[in-house]
Design a protein around this ligand. Structure first.
Ligand code: SAM
Length: 311
């Protein structure tokens, strides 16, 4: 969470305002019925939710879903095995630097880099293979660590992904000159470790894939600022309070919780009614914030913080 906005005395929402595991699972079934193939638990920090592995186990009962999780890994070493046993398929870990000071500066956290590295080891030991390691690159802050990160994860079997620093939320006071373009990132890595481009796994994959010519593995770049991909985006986000967001840069969501639970004595919607409503929101969406920003047409309005809407 952005420290300055929430401070240390942040009031947590009472539990009844949050979707329960049963409700999340109920909704996941509706989404799966509409053709959703992959669910990612993100945040905020998903492993802060008590018994997160129990939610994974419930979701794992829905046939045909790929289950993934994005985490800062601070709590992963204690939970990796339970998550694996519960049926989680893949893990993405955020790690912006291998230098302790820069790591803490980028993530604005008090936990140690060592804990993330232990989290990675625990995930490996639990049987997770080909982890994705996300490094957000901010010019002048951690860009001098790009090659350190590349070197560290070569030959590891994991996929290091460099992410262009984005203007999500409002508190990071983003500036375009802090963005290091994917093109520049690839050029820097390629100069040290020659690369060749790989095909996408599927249409709409957000990361562009590259591999080391010497066979040391794969990397990716997510060029969400300089090569926007709104036109192929297939993501829908569900917040802890049951709001649906059709764009990472949304300023408001659609209230699914009330439809699910009902209000003022009115019964909640049936799965069929929920599916029809979700489908209509999906069909009517028109967000394409990143493309508009590139064209100098970014709309006004406070964007939701990344810590709320989920990366
Ligand atoms: C917001 S985090 C949420 C999940 C979890 N707490 C974590 O740290 O991985 C999801 C991803 O968004 C990335 N991210 C955060 N702020 C970003 C920004 N301004 N631009 C690009 N990516 C960002 C993070 O590095 C992380 O990989």
């Amino acid at each position: 969470m952005p420290r300055e906005r929430f401070g240390r005395d942040h009031a947590f929402l009472p539990r009844e305002f949050l979707l329960s595991f049963e409700e999340i699972t109920q909704l996941a079934r509706v989404f799966a019925g509409l053709g959703v193939e992959k669910i990612r638990l993100t945040g905020g920090e998903p492993l802060l939710r008590k018994d997160a592995h129990k939610l994974v186990a419930m979701l794992a009962e829905i046939p045909g879903l790929e289950l993934t999780l994005t985490t800062n890994a601070a709590l992963l070493s204690r939970q990796a095995q339970a998550l694996k046993d519960a049926g989680l398929h893949r893990i993405t870990i955020s790690l912006d630097s291998l230098d302790e000071k820069v790591f803490r500066q980028m993530s604005d956290t008090d936990f140690a880099l060592r804990e993330v590295l232990e989290g990675i080891e625990a995930a490996e030991a639990a049987g997770f293979t080909q982890l994705k390691i996300n490094m957000v690159v901010k010019r002048g802050v951690n860009d001098d660590g790009i090659l350190d990160m590349a070197r560290h994860f070569r030959h590891s079997g994991h996929v290091l992904r460099f992410i262009e620093y984005m203007d999500v939320g409002e508190t990071n006071r983003w500036r375009m000159d802090e963005v290091l373009s994917a093109q520049e990132i690839i050029a820097r890595v390629d100069a040290e470790f020659p690369l060749e481009v790989l095909d996408a796994h599927y249409p709409g994959e957000v990361a562009k894939r590259w591999r080391y010519k010497d066979g040391a593995g794969e990397i990716g770049v997510i060029a969400s600022v300089t090569q926007t991909f709104c036109h192929e985006c297939t993501r829908l986000r569900l917040s802890p309070e049951g709001k649906l967001f059709t764009c990472l840069f949304a300023t408001q969501g659609h209230d699914l919780m009330t439809r699910l639970r009902g209000v003022n004595g009115k019964q909640g919607d049936s799965p069929e009614q929920l599916a029809a409503w979700i489908a209509s929101i999906w069909a009517d969406r028109s967000d394409r914030y990143s493309e508009l920003r590139s064209a100098g047409l970014a709309p006004e309005g406070d964007k939701i913080e990344m810590s709320y809407i989920g990366g």
